[in-house]
Design a protein around this ligand. Sequence first.
Ligand code: DNO
Length: 352
Amino acid sequence: MMEMTLRWFGPGYDTVPLAYIRQIPGVTGVVSTLYGAAPGQAWEASEIGALKRCVEDAGLKLVGIESVNIHDSIKVGAPDRDQYIENYITTLKRLGQAGGIRCVCYNFMPVFDWTRSDLARVLPDGSTTMAYDQKIIDGIDADHIFSAMQEKAGGHLLPGWEPERLEKLAALFDLYAPVTQDMLFDHLAYFLRAIEPVCTRYEIGMAIHPDDPPWPVFGLGRIMTGRDNLLRLMRLVDKPFNGVTLCTGSLGADRNTDLPELVHALRGRIHFAHLRNLRHFGPGDFEEAPHRCPQGSVDLIGVVRALKETGFDGLIRPDHGRMIWGETGLPGYGLYDRALGAQYLLGLWDAL
Ligand code: DNO
């Protein structure tokens, strides 16, 4: 069954109370994570249990994890990767035993997670949104992108930009230097084959998040960039557990990607959908738009229609929202605009 969710960063990290999320009509679950857990570490059953209880006490369900991050040794195929894969398997087993977790979202981006050149661009209506302009990114030294993003975040801890990675940036670049795109595919397939039994046993769908933006940044190769590579990964480990997070904002940054067609091509393999809109200005130059179709460049109506046509029964969440009505919080992850987004998406779903 399709389930509408919101991302929630966990106690002490999120600025939005679960009690408010519960009041959004049609939102029954959240996806969350153990925010303090370092990539490569096995999650404690007690901590998973505490997170689950916290969500359930608020009348919601913990239905997905975003993210269980992948240790760099797994991505680069280092000799010590097996111990980190073992830890990942332990985490998946404990998540499975906790019950109710339908999918785990993860990414395979080298060094940097999602990247933006502006976290609070002021729009004509007075709201603020996040934006990306390749020309600005090209002018930032990779060594400074961490501090640039943290500064733009105004003191909030950005998901995917945890400070401990900052300290070893130069070493990370060295680690990835010899890693080609084909090698990234091999390392990803090695990882997926190793976790297949635990995923199958506990019916957990692994939902890889596309690279955001879907092209190389700072000279680092990226592989989850569009239709052909997503399908290549599906064929490489051709089992239902190996699936995708259909992120329309990430994939839609490349205007050549036909998103409704991609939904059909990935039939049965989309475990999670992150639905949001963008406004394009030119190649590599876009800003995040309100979810509603006429306000952006992404055919969200076509995407929701394709999800319905293909019998989608996974998790959906509205994605990054603007900051509206004076709200402050984690860039992209305030309450109000995401709640509007959820209503728009549910409206489409119900009407179609
Ligand atoms: C940003 C998010 C990403 C995403 C990870 C998945 O807003 O879409 O940080 O959660 O890439 O592992």
